[in-house]
Design a protein around this ligand. Structure first.
Ligand SMILES: Nc1nc2c(c(=O)[nH]1)N[C@H]1C(S)=C(S)[C@@H](COP(=O)(O)O)O[C@H]1N2
Ligand SMILES: [Mo]
Length: 319
């Protein structure tokens, strides 16, 4: 069983949670000792100044995995975020001065509640939850990440899509002055992703606004990004500015770029290899260099919750 209710979690498994709480205290103590909020310290590069705000009123989620989370450093220094460079170490450096406030989200298309909303107003009606999710990148690495977010299903219900809405499309900010990577046409910007309405109203996906109980760091997609734990990481679009309810399947960035390699569904599937490499196993970031790769699980281990969404769909053709 991969999904545990809080009551199923043995005390030995809670240690990692304590560790990260301690680590947060450590960061805070460092910030105070350093006086100037880490701005010029080595840690400042990892945790951008002003992003240490603790999120209040976060409840634990029954959907969290019992696996130990990766360290804050793993999660915030090994990133994919092409708007800030194509190297895994680029986002932590080049997103450092990004200002994720003020921020508005535009809701468009087939829904009753469309318009432009200030982010804080947009998030306010929903419960903040910690969801510790296994994340699996298409490049065959994985991490366990303690996100804080709001249920996407709740957001979608709140926006009242009409019967014409079959998909939800998302877009990232497209501002080259704030995102230097946009000056290179490595993708057809803005970064785009999408889900079917059935996927978007499943209880698992969240719009994440935090990490390790704190505000989301820039390199992880501040101020708000999608997290879909049974799909390859590229579905988790960062720094969202547009949510659009559509009748037709929306275009998605990686599918537009390499249609043979990346599909719309992008479900984690150890039986369907990427054309250039196997998807059967994965490397857990932060594990010992001597550790063997671990087997990848169908739907990243979330099959009980999501397999029914794909009944009758050929997952080899619809990859
Ligand atoms: N806007 C945007 N979102 C993005 C990406 C990107 O380049 N731009 N990369 C994706 C990929 S390939 C992955 S694996 C995840 C990585 O999220 P993380 O850096 O928080 O682990 O973000 C996804 N979201
Ligand atoms: Mo990825």
């Amino acid at each position: 069983m991969l999904i545990k209710k809080p009551s199923d979690i043995r005390p030995s498994e809670i240690t990692s949670h304590d560790n990260y709480l301690n680590r947060r205290e450590f960061i805070r103590a460092g910030a105070i000792a350093g006086g100037s909020l880490l701005a010029s310290s080595a840690l400042g590069a990892v945790i951008p100044e002003g992003q240490l705000a603790k999120l209040e009123g976060v409840r634990a989620s029954a959907f969290s995995t019992g696996e130990s989370p990766n360290s804050y450093d793993d999660i915030t220094t090994y990133n994919n975020y092409y708007e800030f460079g194509t190297g895994k170490g680029d986002p932590v450096v080049y997103a450092r001065d990004f200002e994720p406030r003020p921020w508005t989200i535009r809701v468009e298309g087939h829904a009753e509640k469309t318009g432009t909303f200030d982010l804080d107003d947009f998030v306010k009606p929903f419960d903040l939850e910690e969801r510790i999710y296994r994340m699996r990148c298409v490049e065959a690495w994985s991490m366990v990440i303690p996100w804080v977010g709001i249920s996407l299903a709740e957001v979608v219900k709140h926006l009242q899509p009409t019967s014409k809405a079959k998909y939800v499309a998302f877009e990232t900010l497209n501002d080259p002055d704030r995102m230097p990577g946009l000056r290179r046409r490595v993708l057809d910007w803005p970064y785009r992703e999408g889900l079917t309405i059935a996927e978007a109203t499943n209880p698992l996906p969240i719009l994440a606004v935090g990490l390790y109980g704190e505000v989301l760091p820039n390199q992880n997609g501040a101020p708000i990004r999608l997290v879909v734990p049974w799909k390859y990481g590229f579905k988790g679009i960062k720094s969202i500015v547009t949510i659009r309810f559509t009748e037709r399947m929306p275009k998605t960035s990686w599918n537009m770029s390499q249609p043979r390699e990346y599909g719309f569904y992008a479900n984690v599937n150890p039986e369907v290899n990427h054309p250039r490499w196997s998807q059967a196993r994965e490397r857990r970031i932060g594990a010992s260099v001597f550790a063997t790769k671990q087997p990848t699980l169908m739907f990243n281990g979330y099959g009980d919750e999501v397999a029914h969404l794909y009944d009758g769909l050929d997952l080899r053709r619809n990859f």
